[in-house]
Ligand binder design. Structure first.
Ligand code: UN1
Length: 503
């Protein structure tokens, strides 16, 4: 890679760096300063076609590479990411905006995922199981599917591509990646390193551009049987519809409106730490972010006072400054949407306790900074308590009992993450059972999922699939059941015998 700034980057197709067919481009910028970081090809259906053809061709051999060998590529990739961690961390603070510690965490999550999935290369377990007949052997095996279309978001620009690519590849699929148009530079680096790890040409291809163009062409492409997408609920619905005619496998990881419940017996110091980290970490731009706090009335006032003090102590600034707690949000549109929700909250009658405006001055004027924002007196059905804001805004809701807390927590269309702070083991176990979400934390915030457990959500957060952990393998493989008859004669299955044979 050359120097960033004026550099023009390209797509990666069949092992070659290539321009978009149209010759059109778009720029990626630093959300803290507005500085241009690079120019990328604005790809169209024609570019997607070429990438899919390359991926299809590469599939013929990649599916036959022994899975442990495919895993070894991931291990080398993890080692190279570890070597480049500092460089990628620095770049991430500049292209995506998150603070250094979190940017390092994003890279680390990719390393962890690749190490985990490399191990799957030596497992990929199926089953052996007895036959109902003598001299017959039965087993089930996981088979790769073909070309995977991966459409990834900007909020975890290194981690999420690894969540999708590592399992897809170890299972023997090939990939066309359409990374988010807000973080193409990190995607470019990701693939550069992956290629350096020893991936054969065509196994991973990258087509830069916009969702409505390159993304839509990939999702609709007849030779892409699997689509994995992380983004908004509405786009997830559009992806599902576009993929329906071909009966594609569609994996979706969509929105959240995650709540932290704070009961009257909670350790409040711990709860405040958990809320601040989950609500304002990554400037609230995680699908697991805590955008609701459901507090028992006996601790509500104390908790809200402490939260306001903690939020006001947070330093807003560029991600690369060591003193920064809260980096910029991704772009102007996001800043405007987050600010519009502040007006919506006010109009609905919620009480703004702190924040509620862009952060300006001190060199922040060219970036997209928003103050950590807390609303109190929020009613569960208000829009700020129902809709995903994807910014540093959280809504405090007062409840009178545990049952009411669970009802309010579940009273949304999403079901990604959830959390309860309590010292009562009975309440904790009831919450684990009754919170309708893919993830529940006890005495921790709503973020911080680990790579070896299933990640995803219920209701409108997804369509029943999970990424990460062994569950991810179900997205990227088809089961095949195999029957081997070594009796030397035609043995009909039990159901096809008029009389069941004696044992
Ligand atoms: C996301 O925001 O899309 O659990 C993923 C977490 C991170 C992943 C978040 N490990 O917060």
């Amino acid at each position: 890679m050359g120097a960033i700034g004026t550099t023009t980057f390209r797509n990666f197709v069949g092992g070659e760096w290539v321009e978009a067919a149209s010759g059109e481009t778009f720029e990626t910028t630093n959300p803290a300063t507005g500085e241009v970081l690079g120019t990328f090809p604005r790809s169209s259906a024609e570019d997607v076609d070429r990438a899919v053809a390359a991926a299809n061709e590469a599939f013929a051999d990649w599916r036959l590479v022994p899975a442990p060998k495919r895993g070894e590529v991931l291990l080398r990739f993890a080692a190279l990411l570890t070597e480049r961690k500092d460089e990628l961390t620095q770049l991430m603070t500049r292209e995506m905006g998150k603070v250094l510690a979190e940017a390092g965490g994003d890279v680390q999550e990719a390393i962890d995922m690749c190490v985990y999935m490399a191990g799957e290369g030596r497992r990929l377990y199926g089953h052996t199981t007895p036959s109902e007949l003598r001299d017959k052997f039965n087993m089930s095996v996981r088979m790769p599917i073909g070309v995977v279309g991966a459409v990834t978001p900007w909020n975890f620009p290194i981690a999420i591509p690894s969540w999708k690519l590592a399992p897809a590849l170890v299972c023997g699929n090939t990939v066309v990646l359409k990374p988010a148009e807000d973080t193409p530079l990190l995607a470019e680096r990701f693939v550069e390193v992956l290629v350096e790890a020893g991936l054969p040409p065509g196994v991973v291809n990258v087509v830069h551009g916009f969702g409505e163009e390159a993304g839509a062409a990939l999702v609709a492409h007849p030779d892409v049987p699997v689509i994995t997408f992380t983004g908004s609920r509405d786009t997830g619905v559009a992806v599902t519809k576009a993929a329906a005619d071909r009966l594609k496998h569609v994996h979706l990881e969509l929105g959240g409106k995650n709540a932290i419940i704070v009961m009257d017996d909670a350790d409040l110091d711990l709860a405040v730490d958990g809320i601040v980290w989950s609500a304002f970490g990554t400037s609230g731009q995680r699908c697991t972010a805590a955008s609701r706090v459901i507090a028992h009335e006996r601790v509500y006032d104390e908790l809200s006072g402490r939260l306001v003090r903690a939020a006001e102590a947070m330093q807003v600034g560029a991600g690369w400054e060591e003193s920064t707690d809260l980096g910029p949000v991704i772009n102007r549109e996001a800043l405007e949407r987050i600010h519009a929700y502040t007006s919506i909250g006010r109009d609905e009658g919620a009480r703004l306790l702190t924040g509620g405006e862009p952060a300006r001055g001190n060199g922040l004027d060219n970036g997209f900074f928003y103050r950590p924002t807390i609303f109190a007196d929020v009613e569960p059905e208000m829009r700020i308590a129902q809709e995903e804001i994807f910014g540093p805004t959280t809504a405090l809701i007062r409840v009178g009992s545990f049952d009411e807390a669970i009802r309010v927590a579940n009273g949304i269309e999403f079901g990604l993450s959830s959390s309860i702070f309590t010292r009562d083991v009975n309440r904790a176990f009831r919450a684990m059972r009754d919170l309708v979400a893919g993830i529940t934390y006890v005495n921790a915030g709503t973020t911080g999922a680990e790579v070896h457990l299933p990640f995803g959500g219920t209701k409108q957060t997804g369509n029943g699939h999970r990424e990460a952990g062994q569950a991810a393998l179900d997205v990227f493989t088809e089961w095949k059941s195999i029957y081997v008859d070594y009796s030397g004669k035609l043995q009909r299955a039990q159901i096809d015998n008029v009389e069941h044979p004696a044992p």
